[in-house]
Design a protein around this ligand. Structure first.
Ligand SMILES: [Zn+2]
Length: 129
């Protein structure tokens, strides 16, 4: 696809590295109880757009509430480079803060009201119809 770039990302200690193919148009900011604490900014990616280069065995899984999303984080440095989001667990949500070359201030922020997940998800599905 045109305008797509390949980005290199990593956790903080560098044991987990990944490659993302994307055309970045916005960042997703979620206010759920976990996101507001970890401060991630998200890009939604399909299964084939994210490739874990190394460190898959260094990832630990955290789950809560509906236990749908898979919040992977590096067991050494604690950083969440990507997750399987509850909105679509077959896809990835990639933490753009883990990609050095992304200028986050140049991208518009799209807020997701994860604190009221059911209503926010419904509104999102409706808007895509
Ligand atoms: Zn790490």
């Amino acid at each position: 696809m045109k305008d797509r770039k390949t980005y290199q990302g990593s956790c903080h200690c560098g044991q987990v590295t990944f490659e993302l193919q994307a055309k970045l148009e916005y960042v997703g900011d979620c206010n759920c109880s976990l996101c507001r604490r970890r401060g991630a900014l998200w890009h939604f990616a399909s299964q084939q757009d994210l490739r874990i280069i190394k460190g898959e065995s260094e990832l630990t899984l955290y789950q809560f509430n509906s236990m749908t999303a898979k919040h992977y984080f590096c067991r050494h440095c604690g950083i969440h480079p990507f997750i399987r989001p509850r909105l679509d667990p077959n896809k990835w949500a990639v933490n753009l803060r883990c990609i050095d070359e992304v200028d986050l201030s140049s991208l518009p922020v799209r807020r997701f009201d994860g604190a009221n997940w059911e209503a926010a998800a419904k509104a999102l599905y409706e808007s895509r119809k």
